[in-house]
Unconditional design. Sequence first.
Length: 248
Amino acid sequence: MTQRYRIRWTKVGRTRFVSARDLTSVWERALRRADLPIAYSEGFTPHAKVSFPDALPVSVSSTGEYAELTFAAPIVPERDLARLSAALPEGMDVLTYLVVPDGAPKLARMLRATLWELVWPPADAAALTELLRRRGDALLRADHAEVIRHRPDGDRTVDVRPAVLDLATSLRRAPDGADARTVLRAVLRNDGPTVRPTDLFAALSHDDIAAPPTTCRVAQGEHVPEGLREALSGEVAPLVPDVDAEAA
């Protein structure tokens, strides 16, 4: 009797450089080390039944990665998924899980939108935050926001605006009291043409803002007025996660 589980997991630290091509082999090794009864496909080259709905760009961090695993025999999820998490490389951790009932919709249908977070260093944070707020408000009012995406096979024009469900810029202080940083959070649609944070940044930067050194996929799920309802837990990840530094 097979069992299917959907899990949310992280890809941070050095593991953010693991490519989508290498991801399956990393998970297969971890499943073997954890000695879990993962199911395998049939044919001449059987592979573990682990699927990932959306590839993450290399070097981008994430606390909102998802996978579906099919096991050939029942497992004890609290114990066995913890073993799997321990067997994965440092930076990849299983955060939560959901048993997949018969007839459940595909995982991709649960991941309708993504909450992205872009963070800039503290230098001139107040001025940058105000500038990005103004440009973000203008983008939300616009009907179109076209940018040029440079690719090896030729440049493409991408309209960013249809993918942007919401965005907000704030100043955030670190828990250790370090200088405030500019934080932009945006909810982007997953359905339709793919729009990445780099495209959103291009629409906001006007070529006079340095690219953010940190980009993170926070969570995936469904857009709500407060931010994003995470697909597995149902918890809301807020668009503005804490009080602005100016008001603290």
